[in-house]
Ligand binder design. Structure first.
Ligand SMILES: Nc1ncnc2c1ncn2[C@@H]1O[C@H](COP(=O)(O)OP(=O)(O)OP(=O)(O)O)[C@@H](O)[C@H]1O
Length: 265
């Protein structure tokens, strides 16, 4: 199975700051990755690179076999679905949820005068249904709760049938019920062999859906650990990445972490 995404010795610098420092990482077909690390570790920067939204200062980024800088990114971008806070801000508040999803087929964020095929509208509705927001299809995006918006965004990211699905902090700001419903939907997606390669960014091990197979742990723009999830999400690696002594528990396919000794009285 070939690499779907690859960073080879990638660095990103802004002024005198090195945001990513010599990062090498590869993602293969069928894998579901979580990118984990503290604030400012470089997670969003990694996602922007593999979404084709950012060029590295040095090193090589390859997306579905095409090297960034040597290929037309506008052709590559529809193959990579992205849901992020930055996208949320670009989506028009007055647009219906169904239009937020269907416009992704055209790579745009606002519906204008295009005519959509019935097939596209049906697919958008099915995707909204899959994420439990089908009954909100006619509601305007601006009137949705943050949890509902997240789900509409994921439906949108899946609309063009991408080869890669990138989710930057999909559970941020959700209440416990909203988070768990989203985890269930993402677990189902992760377990479906027809789903695209998935990469999900989070700060919290509790926000990793069951079925995720690999983890990339970042600290200060460098790779702390990368590989099969059970080898990466150890107390040693997580303590080193987050800079405090952590205990980690795994229950079935879900994780939790807390400061070592904090549960004792
Ligand atoms: N254009 C820029 N100029 C200077 N510094 C930047 C720029 N963009 C990002 N950074 C810095 O790079 C670091 C990594 O940012 P990034 O957003 O990738 O981290 P992150 O791990 O996603 O953080 P968070 O968890 O807080 O969202 C941060 O310290 C950020 O302030």
């Amino acid at each position: 199975m070939g690499d779907v995404l690859e960073l080879a010795e990638v660095s990103v610098r802004r002024g005198t700051r090195t945001i990513l420092d010599d990062v090498s990482w590869s993602v293969n077909e069928g894998e579901r990755w979580v990118v984990l690390g503290p604030n400012g570790a470089g997670k969003t920067t990694v996602i922007q690179l593999v979404a084709g939204r950012l060029h590295p200062t040095s090193g090589k980024v390859t997306i579905i076999g095409e090297e960034v800088g040597r290929t037309d990114l506008s052709e590559l971008r529809p193959l990579v679905g992205l849901a992020s806070a930055a996208l949320d801000q670009r989506l028009p508040a007055g647009e219906r949820a169904i239009d937020v999803v269907v416009t992704a087929s055209y790579g745009i964020t606002g519906r204008w005068r295009e005519q959509y095929e019935e097939l596209d509208l049906d697919r958008a509705q099915v995707l909204l249904d899959v994420f439990g927001v089908g009954d909100l299809a006619e509601r305007t995006y601006g009137t949705l709760s943050s949890g509902e918006r997240k789900r509409v965004q994921i439906a949108r990211a899946l609309m063009p049938d991408p080869e890669v699905l990138l989710l930057d902090e999909p559970a941020a700001g959700l209440d416990l019920g909203g988070r768990e419903e989203l985890m269930a939907a993402l677990s189902e997606l992760a377990g479906d062999g027809r789903s695209p390669v998935m990469v999900l960014v989070t700060h919290h091990v509790e926000e990793i859906p069951a079925g995720f197979t690999h983890a990339l742990l970042l600290r200060d723009g460098r790779v702390e650990a990368a590989g099969p999830i059970e080898e990466v999400l150890t107390p040693q690696h997580l303590s080193a990445a987050f800079g405090l002594d952590l205990e980690v528990e795994r229950h079935r396919d879900r994780y939790s972490a807390r400061a070592a000794g904090s549960a004792r009285s």
